[in-house]
Design a protein around this ligand. Structure first.
Ligand code: DOR
Ligand code: ZN
Length: 452
């Protein structure tokens, strides 16, 4: 099967220009193929931009265990609608992904029901070092250095030293200092909870800074690849900046666009871990992305039902859905003049592939997988809870109008989403990692592309 996408403005590694892209089966066969090449389907994309599919390397899809919130089918449909062609899913499912056997079972579930491509992290527990040392078919190891949703806390220094010294997969961690969080919680509980905004006083700046500093110290002493997820404070940035590819970092849309002022309007809908901080932190995160100190934008998509969220604090669970709106949120930043389209592509498509050693994804390049998204930079849509594809059925951005939306999503050469319609029969593929092919992270190319 050959498909020719004609006349789109293509965001290529060498720059953005009008080009024709020829797809054969699941691969990009060539850019600007010779005239007269035989094709089965021609798509005229005049007026649209073509970008690599978004790789959301931080989602929680709840399958198995809590599939009333989300499952690998509903989550993948939301991905397709949002221009996300690959997700990497976190291990705090039930059971938690602490063994190769459990991980392989998740890969099987995804193969049976995910529309888009998929991969799964393995979780550190206090007793699975052997599994972590031998794990395959995974982007890397997730450690909950601070506790969050689930029961995966690894706080003991000796256990952490062993993981960083004895394993070779890249590591990421949830960084909020457990002792600080518990002390804040005890103090605030004793005074009486006031509402959801208590969350930001419990999971405060200090909690994030202490835990991120601790993880960065481990990574540096053991010379171990480490990715700092959901950076929420300005103070954390200095801790990991300028360490080449040893340390990379992620910002999430909710930490870029929400802050403590939003509790009044949105209550528990903006309750997540790490908690939202201040407007100054929002601005520092965007600046760090623009400066290349943070390389990745990913969602931390963490669905809970509204019935669960609507409970009073602290019964309300932490987390919010975002996977189908993250690309549009960032394209709207392009529309507002706050960043370039090339930067968005670097943060959401290219850098996640480099961080996790993903083979043949994240760029529009000959021989790479045909995971592609056509976007309309002028399309204006108002986000509505009723239109969300995530099973939890709501968005913290309900009522927000954004300019710039994905209109067609290709996964491995096949259209899975176009003009509001899905190909529900399509199945994505398991992501392949360089580290399973004998390549170790040190051989990976630069994470941040030089884009302006
Ligand atoms: O707010 C959050 N929700 N943060 C996490 O770290 C986990 C997530 C979840 O799984 O609900
Ligand atoms: Zn998370």
């Amino acid at each position: 099967m050959r498909t020719l996408i004609r006349n789109a403005m293509c965001v290529l590694p060498t720059g953005t220009r009008k080009a024709d892209v020829l797809i054969q089966d699941s691969k990009i066969l060539g850019i600007d193929p010779p005239a007269g090449a035989t094709v089965d389907e021609t798509i005229d994309a005049e007026g649209l931009h073509l970008i690599p599919g978004v790789i959301d390397d931080h989602v929680h899809f709840r399958d198995p265990g809590l599939t009333h919130k989300e499952d690998l089918h509903s989550g993948s449909v939301a991905c397709a609608a949002g221009g996300v062609t690959t997700f990497l899913e976190m291990p705090n499912t039930i059971p938690p992904t602490t063994t190769q056997e459990i991980l392989n079972a998740k890969l099987d579930i995804a193969a049976s029901k995910s529309l888009v491509n998929y991969g799964f992290y393995i979780a550190a527990s206090t007793e699975n070092l052997h599994e972590l040392k031998n794990a395959t078919r995974t982007p890397g190891i997730k450690i909950f250095i601070g506790s969050s949703t689930g029961n995966l806390l690894v706080d003991d220094q000796d256990a952490l030293e062993a993981i960083f010294s004895e394993t070779s997969l890249p590591i990421t961690a949830h960084c909020e200092d457990e002792a600080t969080v518990r002390a804040n919680q005890a103090r605030i509980a004793a005074a009486g909870y006031q509402g959801h905004s208590d969350h930001s006083q419990i999971r405060n700046h200090e909690a994030a800074r202490i835990a991120t500093a601790r993880a960065v110290d481990l990574a540096r002493r053991h010379n171990h690849r480490f990715h700092v997820v959901h950076v929420s404070t300005a103070e954390e940035i200095a801790l990991f900046a300028d360490h080449g590819n040893l340390l990379t970092a992620e910002a999430c849309p909710h930490h870029l666009f929400f802050n403590v002022d939003d509790y009044e309007r949105l209550g528990s809908r903006v309750q997540m871990n790490p908690a939202v901080k201040t407007k100054a932190d929002n601005q520092a995160l965007l600046k760090a992305l623009l400066d290349g100190q943070i390389q990745v934008v990913a969602t931390d998509h963490a669905p809970h039902t509204l019935a669960e969220k609507d409970q009073p604090y602290p019964q309300s669970p932490s987390g919010l859905p975002a996977v189908e709106n993250s690309l549009a949120l960032m394209l709207d930043q392009v529309h507002q003049g706050n960043c370039s389209l090339e930067q968005v592509v670097s943060w959401m498509c290219d850098a996640p592939a480099r961080v996790w050693d993903i083979v043949s994804k994240g760029r529009i390049t000959e021989g790479y997988d045909a995971d592609l998204v056509l976007i309309d930079l002028n399309r204006k849509v108002t986000i509505r809870n009723a239109n969300q594809k995530t099973k939890c059925g709501w968005s913290p951005w309900d009522g927000t109008t954004l300019t710039g939306w994905p209109v067609r999503t290709f996964v491995m050469g096949r259209t899975v989403f176009a003009d509001g319609e899905f190909d529900f029969d399509h199945r994505g593929m398991e992501v392949v990692f360089e580290h399973d092919r004998g390549g170790y992270w040190k051989s990976a190319g630069p994470v941040a592309r030089d884009v302006t």
